[in-house]
Write a protein that binds this ligand. Structure first.
Ligand code: NAD
Length: 261
């Protein structure tokens, strides 16, 4: 499938899942706007190398998606430099683990703002451009935790359930158009976000990181294997395709069997 001529904005794409999705989109010929913290120049070079010399244009916007005005600035940058956003992948997210009664209020606020409110803002700001073009894809990276809970993850689980609710509403509000809105719900993916949880688990036990990794998978993910960023990238490409055009308001799990239990 060629996405040549389309522009994709992937929030939180300097690392992990977002980077994997950005690479898949670039391979398919799309222009890609990266976003996220860290060394952007190395990531821009990596994605541009995959796009190749005949491929799409690659840019980076450093918006902190917890700040509404920075999201607005990023959408304006996309309009100015790329002619607008055709594919919006809301991926930026953070985690914090603590029992609810000890959950720091500022951590709650930042998880809700980065993992949930940013999805509302980038969606409402991108939709008018998609409506004007008569085509669009909004793909929200939720989580299995958008459909089921786990202890210690009050803010994350609340935010991800919210993302799935928002996805359904936007899916309905665009149902008669060529714009679709869907959520993807990955199980465990071995990224820095999850490595941090594995390291905490190992430190609380005997320090054996490989054992902690195996135990983390065994607890929830029947395949005992991590989902990979390229697999998520391929699912995004499917949702962008004509074959995916009647998938609307869905919460699509890709989780090694987590939610089949
Ligand atoms: P990661 O930590 O590897 O990457 C997170 C990205 O978001 C980075 O590029 C970071 O710079 C960016 N980011 C963080 N805060 C930001 C902010 N305020 N503004 C802009 N960018 C910001 O994490 P990941 O595991 O790749 O997670 C990506 C998404 O996938 C998250 O929404 C996460 O909840 C979701 N997810 C992850 C897993 C998993 O197992 N890793 C499973 C299900 C869902």
């Amino acid at each position: 499938m060629s996405l040549h001529g389309k522009t994709a904005l992937v929030t939180g794409s300097t690392s992990g899942i977002g980077l994997g999705i950005a690479l898949s989109l670039a391979k398919s010929g799309a222009n890609v706007i990266l976003n996220g913290f860290g060394d952007a120049s190395a990531v821009v070079a990596e994605v541009a190398a995959v796009a190749g010399k005949d491929g799409g244009k690659v840019g980076h916007h450093p918006a902190d998606v917890s700040k509404v005005e920075q999201i607005a600035d990023m959408v304006a940058y996309a309009e100015r430099e790329f002619g607008g956003i055709d594919i919006l992948v809301n991926n930026a997210g953070i985690q914090y683990v603590s029992p609810v009664e000890e959950f720091p209020v500022e951590r709650w606020d930042s998880i809700i703002s980065i993992n949930l409110s940013s999805v509302f803002h980038s969606t409402r700001l991108s939709l008018p451009g998609m409506r004007a073009k008569g085509w669009g894809r909004i793909i929200n990276i939720a989580s299995t935790h958008g459909l089921v809970g786990s202890t210690g993850k009050a803010a994350y689980v609340a935010a991800k359930h919210g993302v799935i609710g928002l996805t359904k509403v936007v899916g309905l509000e665009t149902a008669t158009t060529q714009i679709t809105c869907n959520a993807i719900c990955p199980g465990w993916v071995l990224t820095p976000l999850v490595q941090q949880q594995i390291d905490t688990r190992a430190a609380a036990a005997d320090g054996d990181v490989e054992k902690a990794k195996r135990e983390l998978l065994a607890e929830k993910q029947p395949s005992l294997e991590f989902v990979t960023p390229p697999q998520l990238g391929e699912l995004v490409l499917f949702l962008c395709s004509e074959a995916g055009s009647q998938v609307r308001g869905a919460a699509w799990n890709i989780d090694g069997g987590w939610l089949a239990q």
